[in-house]
Write a protein that binds this ligand. Structure first.
Ligand SMILES: *Cc1c(COP(=O)(O)O)cnc(C)c1O
Length: 371
């Protein structure tokens, strides 16, 4: 049987529900087009592009209400490159990692391979749980993850202990979940999740203690690849530049998104919007005998990536295919999790009305397949 065709009134206005890359707003693309003749194809060392970088840096500082002394750094390579950069430029000798999914495990794996660092202290908890840091006097950096995109587990960010840096992978959380900047030293992310932009860039909100660590390690004789040198990234960021050529389109999309977020009420507004979408999905799942939130502890359920398990009466792979053939995209679960599941992103760009329509579309498709 080919996929049933959804009636029009059940189609969301936009079919993109992927957890990254995620829905890009059409207005952002129009902003990009409007800037095409004056910004795209021009030098990133001149004021036009540097002003865009400056808008991004100040927009991020405003969105997160960064305290005095915090700075926004950026560079090429996305969050994955930032793990490598952090292994050279932020971890002094010994780090502790809270691992409860694919992304958090990857940073720990980077550190494990670094010959200049001690074996990382890894606290690992199986999905859908969350690892909790254990204060330790021998650790100089704690690696936390705000939203584990692979499982839909989100935690509140709190410093495990004073005297060490708190490094937070916020790739899919930043912009969609509340955070207190006093509770982190580095909050790093990329634009293709909550910010509905394009990939390839990393951004990091850094506390004075993090800046001090970056400057000290950059001044040491530790070898590091120039491309991953956070001392250089700091110098360049302060000039509203990146070390090497950035994707100008990525910067323009992000600058527009930051204007949109702050213009609508900032992080209070975006986080409330995500909370609305999340409760629609979780309430819907809990109201159905064949569905349930994968994250059993409701306090750990993400408001930006919602993972829903199905019982044996529903084939989630077929359901995702049926949705895809109706233009509803990328609700497949994280592949390595291997569950009968859908993962639905509720990033700020995604209209809560569309989330509601998506749940109705799923109901309708399941009833069609059952009959
Ligand atoms: C997507 C993601 C990454 C990887 O980001 P890239 O920009 O593709 O390198 C890292 N951590 C988390 C939590 C993510 O969701």
């Amino acid at each position: 049987m080919s996929s049933p065709t959804l009636p029009n009134h059940l189609l969301p206005s936009d079919g993109r529900f992927g957890s990254g890359p995620s829905k890009v707003r059409v207005e952002s693309v129009q902003h990009l087009a409007a800037s095409s003749a004056t910004v795209l194809g021009t030098s990133h060392r001149q004021s036009t592009v540097r002003n865009v970088v400056g808008r991004v840096r100040s927009g991020i500082a405003e969105l997160f209400s960064l305290p005095d002394g915090y700075e926004v750094l950026l560079g090429n390579g996305g969050s994955t490159a930032f793990w490598d950069a952090a292994s050279f430029g932020l971890i002094e000798r010994s780090s502790q990692h809270c691992v409860h999914g694919e992304f958090s495990s990857k940073f720990a794996a980077v550190v494990r391979k670094a010959p200049h660092l001690e074996d990382p202290h890894v606290i690992e908890v199986a999905p859908p749980g969350a690892a909790v840091a254990v204060p330790s006097p021998t650790v100089d950096a704690y690696a936390l993850i705000h939203n584990e995109t692979s499982t839909g587990v989100a935690v509140e960010i709190r410093r495990p202990a004073d005297g060490a840096l708190t490094l937070v992978d916020a790739t899919s959380a930043a912009g969609g979940l509340p955070v207190d900047p006093n509770q982190f030293d580095v909050y790093y992310f990329a634009p293709q999740k909550c910010f509905g932009g394009d990939g390839g860039l990393w951004l990091a909100c850094c506390s004075p203690a993090a800046i001090e660590r970056i400057e000290r390690l950059a001044g040491s004789d530790r070898w590091r690849p120039t491309f991953l040198d956070l001392g250089i990234a700091l110098e360049q960021s302060r000039l509203d530049q990146t070390y090497n050529t950035p994707a100008l389109g990525t910067l323009l999309l992000l600058a527009d998104e930051l204007d949109w977020m702050t213009g609508n009420g900032g992080l209070d507004w975006t986080t409330r919007r995500c909370a609305t979408s999340a409760s629609t999905v979780y309430d819907w799942a809990e109201a159905h005998p064949f569905a349930a939130p994968f994250v059993t502890d409701s306090a750990l359920r993400s408001n930006v990536t919602m993972t829903i398990d199905f019982d044996a009466t529903v084939d989630a792979t077929l359901l995702a295919q049926d949705l895809r053939s109706n233009g509803i995209l990328d609700v497949d679960p994280y592949r390595k999790l291997g569950r009968n599941q859908l993962r639905i992103a509720g990033f700020p760009n995604i209209d809560p009305e569309d989330i509601s329509r998506l749940t109705q579309a799923i109901d309708w498709l399941i009833s069609q397949r059952a009959s």
